[in-house]
Design a protein around this ligand. Structure first.
Ligand SMILES: [Zn+2]
Ligand SMILES: [Zn+2]
Ligand SMILES: [Zn+2]
Length: 349
């Protein structure tokens, strides 16, 4: 019997077995997914603003212009919004209660308090305007809101990392059906980011180059390249641990999204929509999570990792942190690429 391939992540000391014998075509993973019915009282829908706390950030269209207001007057809950960021009603991390706590940046280490912020970003007034189907101008607003919240939260003394992520579908942890992302600011740098930062440093010492800049350059000519535009590339990573996993990487080196240009925001919205639409088409709108990996360390290169939830990790994965992936990343890329080509040909008609 031929050996399975064992692959290591570009940066992390993380291994995956590409199980060829069990290998499945991407389309085999497509399951019927009944559309969850719109809850009669969605707290995130327009008109139900009183069911949630007042917004921290609001985008409104006033006289044809997009007006952004940060910290809108307390208690006001206008209905004519395009984007709303609100505090999570059941936060995992909460802001310091006293000014003294905010300046004592080591408080969480010393006393074990989960100090930080936990916000819900409502991406659209339309209940089901998820990125795969969103209008591009709306998706650009979402990215601008990510930037606004990243800037505001990473400036706080007690915040060491800002996690911006999206759960889509009940199986991926989304408890609300309304299109939304979450932002959690925490008082420490998580392990996976630390490992990526360390690997980036080590690589730079050896090669005098950024590992992500090299990944962009090299993967752009492999079978794992799914899509690219002027500013972003979408790839199925060499050692994907999830079937159909893909990453969106900016071509320009930057540690985070804080200084994305207007053109880059547009290009990111397009790359995000194109790739998530392809995922939706190939495996029938699966649940997924995506998250931005970013830091304030200039040597680091930010990116988005998209993890479709098509299988359940079991004993081996949980016991060892070694993964078995039944879809070859090259096959995932091929299927997604084909779906993108198909969408483009429909658009042209
Ligand atoms: Zn809703
Ligand atoms: Zn780079
Ligand atoms: Zn990463």
């Amino acid at each position: 019997m031929p050996y399975n391939e064992l692959r290591k992540d570009y940066l992390l000391n993380r291994w995956v077995v590409i199980a060829k014998e069990r290998s499945r075509r991407p389309t085999d993973l497509a399951k019927p997914r009944p559309r969850t019915n719109k809850t009669p009282m969605c707290p995130l829908c327009v008109g139900n603003e009183t069911m949630t706390p007042p917004a921290i950030l609001l985008y409104q269209k006033i006289n044809g212009e997009i007006i952004r207001s940060k910290d809108p007057p307390h208690g006001e809950r206008p209905k004519n919004w395009l984007i709303r960021a609100i505090p999570n009603l059941y936060p995992a991390f909460t802001p310091p209660q006293h000014p003294k706590d905010a300046s004592q940046i080591f408080i969480s280490k010393e006393f074990g308090y989960a100090i930080g912020c936990h916000e819900v970003l409502i991406e659209s007034p339309n209940h089901e305007e998820d990125p795969a189907d969103a209008e591009l101008p709306q998706l650009e607003l979402v990215i601008n809101a990510y930037i606004d919240r990243f800037r505001a939260l990473s400036a706080k003394a007690y915040v060491k990392y800002v996690s911006i992520f999206r759960n889509f579908g009940v199986e991926a942890g989304a408890s609300l059906g309304h299109t939304h992302s979450q932002i959690i600011a925490i008082p420490m740098i998580p392990k996976i980011i630390q490992e990526e930062m360390q690997a980036t440093k080590t690589y730079h010492k050896e090669h005098k180059r950024c590992i992500f800049c090299d990944i962009v350059e090299r993967e752009s000519v492999t079978q794992r390249c799914i899509h690219q535009n002027n500013d972003f590339i979408v790839i199925a990573p060499y050692a994907s641990i999830n079937p159909m996993e893909f990453w969106i990487i900016p071509k320009k080196h930057a540690p985070n999204i804080a200084n994305l240009s207007h053109a880059e925001v547009k290009a990111l919205a397009a790359a995000l929509k194109t790739s998530l639409k392809a995922l939706k088409d190939v495996v029938n709108d699966p649940p997924y999570n995506y998250g931005i990996h970013q830091t304030t360390d200039e040597g680091y290169h930010w990116h988005i990792e998209v993890y479709p939830k098509l299988v359940t990790w079991a004993g081996f994965e949980k016991n060892t942190g070694v993964y078995i992936n039944t879809v070859l990343p090259e096959s995932a890329a091929k299927a997604l690429k084909k779906a993108i080509k198909h969408s483009l040909s429909i658009d042209k008609k």
